[in-house]
Design a protein around this ligand. Structure first.
Ligand SMILES: Cc1ncc(COP(=O)(O)O)c(C=O)c1O
Length: 441
């Protein structure tokens, strides 16, 4: 091309959660079965969508207006329902005009970072959910700035680290919270949320709270939405139906804008999001049509309770099977359907491996790079057929570890996956023992 066409941030766009799938598919083509523990799609993992939800969708699909465009902000019936439900929960009160629908939160996330002033930065948690961290890094053309979630402290955010970075980087305009968190399953206690709101207030920042898993927090987790503690701080909360219904293929999510009257430049920024969406006309109509009918149905919350109970049961089982390995740090999640294991310092070394068949070795070999946790993940995929996501390359982290899901609905199969994973970890971690003794001699 006669002129540069690649955006300077292009190399920051990477989604390892899906990229590993190409390698896994190549292994599957050799005839080896793959256990997909990488992607957070409950439906693809075999969870049944209840018949009553399908009936509501079928009825809505029979209405001509479900095929029409919807207003840019979203259908009034959906926005009114969400605003009413939000206001009944207490905390900040909103109107349907404070809501804006998107084609999934993926769309909301890329629109929000794309609409920010090129110099404005948003600090997010480490480990980071890559849709946020990559989109923010691509917007800035520079690595995403993160604050530490501390695996030695149950994944609590390191607030001193957060505030120090906010002070050191005057370009930081906002803080991201993911609550419950992906990939750790951490749920922010109310006092931690309040402390983050306080940091935002003192440094004149706004907040972005991704609450896509907020209705999948486990009982007793102390889950509080940002709305309950936000006070007068400008903020954007994000929700969607991908994980809740679950209907990730509907591409339906929305943002709730709080306190736009408190800051003229936040108000202008919020308007620019609406203007950006107007250029696209609107978000998908059918899921908005069914949203109040499904969420307002008496069966909805009891249905979510059964799902959450299953995730919590599997999380407990995973801790039972993996929790005593001395090389790993594992905390039971308090919400969502992921678990993250961190390798303690020194547990991973370059000489470790798992036995691979020649055909599989030819596929896995070229993937083995510098990141030690990614090496383990590719050996696990090649030798045991279990597909998980490395923490360092998948979640923009300086920690070594991996994330797996709690979505396998067949609990006997889930148990077998855990046992295979445990065996693979034990074998891998000890696989260079002879070599180490030789070197020490
Ligand atoms: C924390 C978080 N935010 C947003 C998304 C994107 O969701 P959507 O399907 O609405 O694009 C995901 C999907 O996994 C997620 O885990």
């Amino acid at each position: 091309m006669r002129t540069q066409i690649v955006h300077p941030g292009a190399d920051n766009l990477r989604y390892e959660i899906r990229q590993i799938v190409e390698v896994a598919n190549a292994i599957a083509a050799t005839g080896a079965p793959i256990r997909w523990e990488n992607i957070g799609d409950p439906v693809a993992k075999g969870e049944r969508v209840p018949d009553w939800i399908k009936e509501i969708v079928t009825q809505a699909a029979a209405e001509d207006l479900s095929f029409a465009y919807s207003p840019t902000k979203g259908l009034m019936e959906a926005r009114s329902y969400i605003a009413r439900e939000r206001n009944l929960e207490g905390g900040i009160q909103i109107t349907p005009d404070d809501l804006l629908f998107f084609n999934g939160l993926g769309d909301a996330i890329s629109t929000i970072y794309g609409a920010l002033h090129p110099r404005a930065r948003v600090i997010g948690p480490n480990p980071a959910y890559p849709t946020h961290s990559s989109a923010e890094a691509a917007h800035a053309g520079a690595p995403h700035i993160t604050y530490r979630l501390d695996p030695e402290n149950g994944w609590k955010p390191d607030l001193a680290d957060l505030e120090a970075k906010v002070i050191a980087n005057p370009d930081i305009a906002a803080i991201i919270i993911i609550n419950p968190d992906n990939p750790t399953g951490f749920v922010y206690p109310e006092e931690t949320l309040a402390a983050i709101v306080d940091i935002a207030a003192r440094h004149d920042l706004f907040l972005i709270s991704d609450e896509i898993y907020s209705n999948l927090a486990y009982p007793g987790s102390g889950m509080r939405k940002l709305a309950s503690v936000v006070g007068k701080v400008p903020a954007i909360a994000m929700r969607g139906i991908s994980k809740e219904f679950p209907w990730p293929g509907s591409r339906c999510g929305w943002i709730e804008i709080y306190n736009r009257d408190q800051d003229p430049s936040f108000d202008r920024f919020a308007r620019s999001l609406l203007e950006a969406k107007m250029l696209e006309v609107c978000a998908t109509t059918l899921p908005q049509k069914v949203l109040p009918r499904v969420m307002g149905d008496a069966r909805y919350y009891p249905y979510l309770e059964t799902r959450v109970a299953a995730y919590e049961r599997r999380a407990r089982r995973a801790v039972e099977v993996l929790g005593d390995l001395p090389e790993l740090i594992i905390h039971p999640p308090r919400g969502a359907f992921y678990m993250t294991a961190v390798f303690r310092g020194g547990a991973l070394r370059r000489g470790q491996s798992l036995p691979l068949e020649a055909q599989v070795e030819a596929i896995v070999g070229p993937q083995l790079g510098e990141a030690l946790d990614a090496r383990f993940v590719y050996y696990l995929l090649g030798a045991a057929g279990i597909c998980v996501v490395p923490l360092s390359t998948g979640f923009n982290s300086d920690l070594q570890g991996f994330r797996f899901t709690l979505l396998e609905p067949d609990e006997a199969k889930f148990d077998a996956i855990l046992q295979t994973l445990r065996q693979a970890l034990v074998t891998y971690l000890a696989s260079d023992a002879g070599h180490r003794l030789e070197n020490a001699a």
